[in-house]
Every structure is written in structure tokens, then in C-alpha cells.
Design a protein around this ligand. Structure first.
Ligand code: PTJ
Length: 253
């Protein structure tokens, strides 16, 4: 990438920021999306900016759940679209999921821009926006407006980088929720059935690979993989790692 020398110690992280800034300029990402990324980065630092074992186990259970689902949906916001459009399209193909754009700071213009961006990256049919949408009960943000053929009917929903209210509301509707969230303390992380505590830029390709690998397994084996997973343990493991790493990172301070 021009401007960031290859030897720069924070090159990868700066490249991810660049992707978001470009997404912001192109009307995909909202202002708060840039702030949300900063919060994520702080937690990423604490887990060593690597995919840890708790995230690998969560991704495996998540891929198994998506493959077992009858009506899986990947819910996409501005940040996820800007960071990993190809992985969203690839994962949707690998597990037969629909893709739906669902925004907190909703405008029809942003929904259109995100849909176009995803389609350019290989996504086949992207839902979201327009008229005739259904409403998620007990949810007051713009996120309550969902597609009838997408999130409203879904049995499993994958979402990333979002506030906890919708996760709670989707679970009350009887859906299984898979979340990607670097903050193991967030409401989303705690309310979801499966939380992948990892950066979405690593978690999405991992999920797509896992879906490809597990796609060869039978349903009984997939059920075992999904059934063995415990979200509380994954969150406790993430927090324990952060606690262990802090004194080391603090070094001689
Ligand atoms: O595109 P919109 O309009 O739907 O708006 C999207 C944002 C992100 C602005 C909105 O959902 C929001 O305000 O989210 P929050 O409440 O800031 O929550 C974002 C969560 O995602 C926080 O817990 C962050 O730690 C986490 N996070 C941020 N960046 C990443 C991340 N998790 C994984 N990977 C990241 N790159």
C-alpha cells in the first residue's frame, strides 16, 4: 500500500484502517463506524492481534451451525462490508446463506452503496432496504426493519460489530445468533449463542475456511461440533488471556 512502508510495525492495522476510511469516503461506513473500529483495535491489542484458540473453537461451532441451518442469514453493516466484502460473498456460498444489509444508522443511500459493493465482490443477491419490510418486535432502532425473506425468517443469523439490543431481540424471536465482536464484555458478546472474539478481518476468512472444511461432514457430526461449544467458557477464556497478557505487555512500566 502506498504511504505505509512495508517495514512499519503496525502496517496491517493501518491497512485495515485505510480500508475503513476508503469505505467511509465511498459512503459505506458511517462516522461512528470509524470510532467503533478504534474500540475494537484496543481489544485486539489485548488478545495479541492473533486468532486465539477460543476464537478458533467458536468459528468451528459457528460454521457447523450455519451449515446445519435451514435459513441462515449473514447480516451486514457498513464496517463489515468495507472490511471483508469477498469473504462475506464466499461464506454465503459455502453455507448457502442469504446476505442482508441491516444498518444502525440507516439511510437508503448507504444500503444501496453497500449492496453494490457486495455484488461487485461476488455476492449474488443482497437483501435489505426498500419498502415492505417486517419489524423485529421490542427493538426501537432502525435495525428493527428487516427483510421478510431474510432476517425475519432466519433460523441462524451471523452478525458483526454491533450493539447488543438486536442480538437480544433476535434471540427472543428464537433465532440462533453468531456474533463477531472483539469485546468479550459487550452485550452482543454475552447475549449471542456463539461469539467469535476476534477481528472480523481474521474471523471472516476463518469462518469461510471452516465452512468449506466442515461442509464435507454429515449432519450428525456437525451437530456434535455445534453442541459441544459453550459461549460462557469462550468469553471467560478471552478475558483470562487479556488478564495474563496485561502484566507482560506492561513490562517495566
Ligand atoms: O453501519 P451501521 O450504521 O450499522 O453502524 C455500525 C456501527 C459499528 C457504527 C454500530 O453497530 C455501532 O455503533 O457499534 P458499537 O456499539 O460501537 O459496537 C461495535 C463493537 O464491535 C464493539 O464491541 C467493538 O469492540 C467491536 N469491533 C469493532 N471493530 C471490530 C470489532 N469486532 C471485531 N472486528 C472488528 N474489526
Amino acid at each position: 500500500m502506498p504511504g505505509i512502508p512495508s517495514s512499519h510495525p503496525r502496517r496491517e492495522s493501518l491497512e485495515v484502517r485505510e480500508r475503513l476510511v476508503r469505505g467511509f469516503r465511498r459512503g459505506l461506513v458511517c462516522e461512528s463506524g470509524l470510532i467503533a473500529q478504534g474500540r475494537g483495535e484496543a481489544f485486539d491489542y489485548l488478545i495479541g492481534e492473533r486468532t486465539q484458540m477460543f476464537a478458533r473453537r467458536a468459528a468451528e461451532a459457528a460454521a457447523a451451525s450455519l451449515l446445519l441451518a435451514e435459513r441462515p442469514v449473514i447480516s451486514v453493516n457498513g464496517n463489515l462490508a468495507a472490511l471483508c466484502p469477498r469473504e462475506i460473498a464466499g461464506l454465503a456460498r459455502a453455507c448457502g446463506a442469504k446476505i442482508e444489509v441491516n444498518l444502525f444508522y440507516r439511510t437508503e443511500g448507504r444500503i444501496r452503496a453497500i449492496k453494490k459493493h457486495l455484488e461487485k465482490a461476488g455476492a449474488e443477491k443482497v437483501l435489505g432496504g426498500g419498502r415492505g419490510e417486517a419489524r423485529i418486535p421490542e427493538l426501537f432502532s432502525e435495525r428493527r426493519r428487516v427483510s421478510r425473506e431474510g432476517i425475519f425468517r432466519a433460523d441462524v443469523v451471523l452478525l458483526a460489530m454491533e450493539d447488543g439490543d438486536r442480538t437480544r431481540a433476535l434471540r427472543r424471536m428464537g433465532k440462533k445468533v453468531i456474533a463477531i465482536d472483539l469485546n468479550p464484555l459487550s452485550v452482543t458478546a454475552r447475549e449471542a449463542d456463539i461469539t467469535i472474539v476476534d477481528n472480523a478481518v481474521r474471523a471472516m476468512p476463518l469462518l469461510a475456511r471452516e465452512a468449506g472444511r466442515l461442509g464435507k461432514m454429515g449432519r450428525a457430526a456437525l451437530r456434535r461440533v455445534a453442541g459441544q461449544y459453550r459461549n460462557g467458557k469462550a468469553l471467560r477464556d478471552a478475558l483470562a488471556l487479556m488478564r495474563r497478557r496485561l502484566p507482560k505487555a506492561a513490562g517495566g512500566i
